[in-house]
Design a protein around this ligand. Structure first.
Ligand code: SAM
Length: 219
């Protein structure tokens, strides 16, 4: 049984203070980070690490993203209360749980079967209801498209065309794109049916996006 004590809440408040100092401004995003117990995604022995602003291994060679990155990507999405969001790379389920504080309409897809199963169990045990899928999210999730917002939480070699097609007009895609070492955070807005604008927001380091439109595309 996981508990969320005053100590944990205090550690989250300190983390939120750090994120504000690092430039996160969106109060709804900061509230979401303050609400979601990040230590629930860690083994008990790693409590201190849960509230450091760092990525951390979650098994299967993958990581739970750094809180700053989660907050930054969430802020770039400019979520409105009923937006339909697709997250690519469920991982631990932490980013998804943060998104669920901002809109109830979250679809999330994970490529790695054990991580998918673990995250699904987490959601069920915590009474959370995102739409969860196992599969190659580099192709998006066309069966449920279009989405108001799409967030990719793994580093892509290029912007997959399939994801652009699955945005509503006015929709936003947030995706880190680059090589294996470093990726540039992009925000792409579908301003008209056939017109997209691109903004760039600094360098990040993600695990690679796998799959057909990811790093395993040529295989
Ligand atoms: N959002 C996650 C969280 O909050 O814990 C962090 C995810 S981790 C940085 C990236 C995740 O993307 C990994 O779990 C990895 O298995 C997944 N992934 C990589 N390629 C994928 C693909 N083509 N489709 C879906 N998930 C993918």
């Amino acid at each position: 049984m996981q508990t969320d004590t005053y100590r944990h809440k205090g550690m989250r408040r300190a983390l939120v203070k750090q994120l504000r100092e690092k430039g996160i401004r969106d109060q709804r995003v900061l509230n979401a980070i303050e609400t979601v117990p990040r230590h629930y995604f860690f083994d008990k022995a790693f409590l201190e690490q849960a509230y450091q602003d760092k990525a951390f291994p979650i098994g299967e060679g993958q990581t739970i993203s750094q809180p700053y990155t989660v907050a930054f990507q969430s802020e770039l999405l400019q979520l409105k209360p009923n937006d339909k969001v697709l997250e690519i790379g469920t991982g631990s389920g932490y980013q998804c749980t943060v998104l669920l504080q901002l809109t109830p309409n979250v679809y999330t897809i994970e490529y790695n079967r054990p991580l998918f199963e673990k995250a699904r169990l987490y959601f069920r045990n915590h009474g959370l209801n995102p739409h969860t899928f196992h599969g190659d999210g580099s192709l998006g999730l066309p069966a449920y498209a279009p989405y108001d917002k799409i967030i990719v939480t793994a580093g892509a070699p290029v912007v997959p065309k399939e994801l652009l097609r699955q945005l509503t007009v006015g929709g936003i895609l947030v995706i880190p794109v680059g090589d294996e070492k470093t990726q540039r955070m992009l925000r792409i807005t579908r301003v008209e049916e056939n017109e997209f604008t691109k903004e760039e927001f600094g360098d990040f380091k993600f695990v690679p996006l796998l799959g057909r439109s990811g790093w395993s595309g040529g295989e």
